[in-house]
Design a binder for this molecule. Structure first.
Ligand code: ATP
Length: 228
């Protein structure tokens, strides 16, 4: 593993209605890290991931992308490198192909084009063929929908994926498919990529993560290796 710090959070704090939901959270995500995030329900895992993805405001603290502070004028570029994937893909309409094409229309991704062959190659690893691209989203299973959400993200070659229980609603085989897509993305460039994976499944954390942090009551409690 290289020691390039991709993402650094310093003292992230969020209070809502008098409750401190994130309490001076600090963490570093180093290139190559496969970090599991565990902890009891309501401990702040989603809020932390969403804050790191700039989807939630913070009251105090700072985020750094490599060595630079993430300011509002750098937010768009940061968001193209750090992508949050929710446990249920929501709000998609149209065929799988049209959903995959959507983000490529954004200005920040100008210069990238839809790579159908690459997508078909990825689909083959999860036992789907090119006809999958023509399927309307509303006819997809939860697992298939999650595969679409992941492919939509990783075709943009992000450096960081923030995975918020991406398999919690899926059966075992679909969960393994999602894991294989993420691991394939990671293994293409392990010295330049990293992820945080929120999971309630210790065996999954063992399979996909190389270190674990535990959150409790809005604070990070400890860092450990999954099997220790
Ligand atoms: N927008 C909000 N307004 C008020 N409270 C919120 C908001 N977002 C989160 N919370 C509260 O913050 C706490 C942490 O929520 P969060 O979703 O991060 O928990 P979690 O650790 O991801 O839980 P789970 O494992 O059940 O998904 C919870 O008590 C939740 O009710």
């Amino acid at each position: 593993m290289s020691h390039d710090v991709l993402l650094r959070a310093v003292d992230l704090t969020r209070r809502i209605a008098g409750r401190t939901l994130l309490d001076h959270v600090g963490l570093e995500l180093i290139a190559g890290m496969r970090l599991g995030l565990v902890g009891p329900t309501g401990s702040g895992k989603s809020l932390l991931l969403r804050s790191l993805a700039l989807l939630e405001p913070i009251d105090s603290g700072q985020l750094f992308w490599r060595t630079e502070s993430v300011s509002s004028d750098r937010a768009t570029r940061y968001r193209s490198q750090v992508i949050y994937v929710h446990q249920r893909a929501a709000g998609f309409e149209g065929t799988v192909e049209s959903i995959l094409r959507q983000p490529l229309q954004l200005k920040i991704h100008r210069g990238r084009s839809f790579d159908r062959d690459w997508i078909i190659d990825q689909l083959a690893t999860v036992s789907r063929d090119a006809t999958f691209l023509d399927q309307p989203h509303e006819q997809l299973s939860g697992g298939e929908s999650q595969i679409v959400a992941l492919l939509r993200a990783i075709q943009l070659s992000p450096c960081i994926l923030l995975l918020d229980e991406p398999t919690s609603a899926l059966d075992r085989q679909s969960a393994r498919h999602v894991e294989s897509i993420v691991m394939r993305w990671y293994e293409e460039k392990p010295d330049g990529r990293a992820f945080i994976w929120v999971s309630h499944d210790p065996s999954q954390a063992d399979r996909v993560c190389d270190s674990l942090i535990t959150m409790d009551a809005g604070q990070i409690q400890r860092l450990q290796h999954p099997t220790s």
